[in-house]
Write a protein that binds this ligand. Structure first.
Ligand SMILES: [Zn+2]
Length: 91
């Protein structure tokens, strides 16, 4: 199956750039774990979206047994999201 190149638009309102990062938290209910995505955004929008995600993560009410890690920044790559310590490293 050929890899299709598709552009994901930054989710910031009125931002015309392509999303190359994902802001997400590792969520788990003890049985399954998944990435809870807050935003897909371009490099310029990472700081704003990340701050927003931190607020959402803090405000998130969890059921007993559920865990939600602090938000992290992931670079969108053809191999899937890769965690990045500093978005500036992956541009
Ligand atoms: Zn943007």
């Amino acid at each position: 199956m050929p890899l299709t190149d598709y552009a994901v638009r930054c989710t910031t309102r009125e931002c015309p750039r392509e999303a190359s990062f994902k802001v997400a938290s590792q969520w788990s209910d003890g049985l399954t774990a998944e990435l809870k995505t807050y935003a897909l955004c371009c490099y310029e929008c990472v700081p704003a979206r990340f701050a927003e995600a931190q607020g959402k993560q803090a405000a998130c009410s969890l059921s007993p047994g559920e865990t939600l890690a602090p938000p992290e920044v992931f670079a969108l790559t053809s191999h899937g999201p890769q965690r990045v310590a500093d978005p500036a490293d992956s541009v």
